[in-house]
Design a protein around this ligand. Structure first.
Ligand SMILES: [Mg+2]
Length: 262
């Protein structure tokens, strides 16, 4: 992890976790069902669609699917129950889930760029994010203290400034839309970048196709993370455009027209 003194050119990378760095391959849904059973005493077959959402939203939608009006108490209990399930089933996560191809190499490659600070921007609770990254040993270059999580808000876009604020305080540099990039697999990550104040590198390893991601305005779309040198070059180039004001002529790296921020 870089020291504050190394951050001559501060760059903040906000990684999405699910389907970008790792996949639980169905275990996530199983653990969610167990956590709902724990807090409601009921078995839920159906869970709300989780892609791109934060846990409080998933909890509320899932409870409503089963005729239960969500309360703050449900939210608090679930925020304890789900991380507990993950901690208890970390071995199963290791056996059944997987790190996505190239994820480790991508983290390593970005860690080599001077001034880069890496953390997560995720709909997961912080404790669940920690179990997921620890389980696959992907935590080496990720500073969880400056990440943004389910606890920080219900909308991904609103938690981008939270991570920027934490990173700015810890590393004594101003992180803003000029030097922050989200790497994620869904159109929700793209919306978070555009409305939250960051650039986006989209990776087509989740449900959304490369075309979906491009149509949603992703500035860079990668098929996967298996070309870490390419990712590194793309980011360097992108940062060169945005921060140093030139030197990179790769057309597709130019940011598209952005919707106005709310
Ligand atoms: Mg994802």
């Amino acid at each position: 992890m870089p020291m504050a003194d190394d951050l001559a050119q501060p760059r903040l990378i906000l990684w999405d976790i699910d389907h970008t760095l790792i996949e639980t391959r169905g275990l996530g849904s199983q653990l969610a069902r167990a956590a709902f059973a724990q807090i409601t005493g009921q078995h839920f077959d159906e869970l709300a669609e989780a892609t791109g959402k934060t846990e409080p939203v998933i909890v509320a939608e899932t409870l409503r699917l089963h005729g239960i009006e969500p309360t703050e108490s449900h939210q608090q209990q679930y925020a304890q129950a789900l991380p507990e399930q993950y901690r208890r089933h970390a071995n199963q996560l290791r056996a059944r889930g997987r790190e996505l191809p190239g994820a480790r190499e991508a983290l390593d490659a970005l860690a080599k760029i001077p001034g880069v600070v890496q953390t997560v921007l995720t709909g997961n609770y912080r404790a669940v994010a920690a179990v997921k990254l620890d389980t696959f040993d992907l935590n080496q270059h990720i500073d969880l203290d400056i990440g943004a999580y389910a606890e920080d808000g219900t909308d991904r876009a609103t938690i981008v400034p939270v991570a920027q604020r934490r990173a700015s305080t810890k590393y004594h540099h101003q992180f803003s839309h000029n030097n922050t990039i989200i790497i994620g697999d869904t159109t929700h990550d793209i919306a978070a970048a555009h409305h939250g104040g960051a650039a986006i590198v989209a990776v087509a390893t989740g449900r959304d196709s490369a075309n979906d991601l491009r149509n949603a305005g992703a500035e860079i779309v990668l098929a996967d993370l298996t070309n870490p040198a390419g990712l590194q070059a793309a980011l360097m180039c992108h940062f060169a455009e945005r921060v140093e004001g030139g030197g990179c002529t790769v057309r597709q790296l130019h940011p598209p027209e952005r919707p106005a921020r709310p």
